[in-house]
Design a protein. Structure first.
Length: 88
């Protein structure tokens, strides 16, 4: 059995991994000492005009129905109560 000397082992001319990374290294977990920026509530400006329901545009074969005032309900006919034949 022959012993190999370290000088006889071929070494690669280019290292497998670069010594200095080309991209900055970012930690997987953020630093707990740096608080996150608080979220600001979303503000929606009020509309300039009040919201009104939009009626659909009737087609040429449909005419819009005119608005009718509510009809009064007829009152039921009143009949006088009949006397109970058992009472006098």
């Amino acid at each position: 059995m022959t012993t190999l000397l370290f000088a006889e082992v071929p070494q690669p001319s280019v290292p497998a991994t670069p010594v200095v990374p080309s991209a900055p290294v970012t930690p997987a977990v953020p630093d707990p000492g740096t608080p996150a920026a608080p979220e600001e509530p979303t503000t929606v400006p009020p509309p300039d005009e009040p919201a009104e329901p939009i009626a659909p545009d009737p087609g040429p074969d449909q005419a819009p129905e005119p608005e009718r005032p509510p009809q009064p309900t007829p009152e039921p006919e009143r009949t006088p109560p009949e006397p109970d034949p058992g009472e006098h």
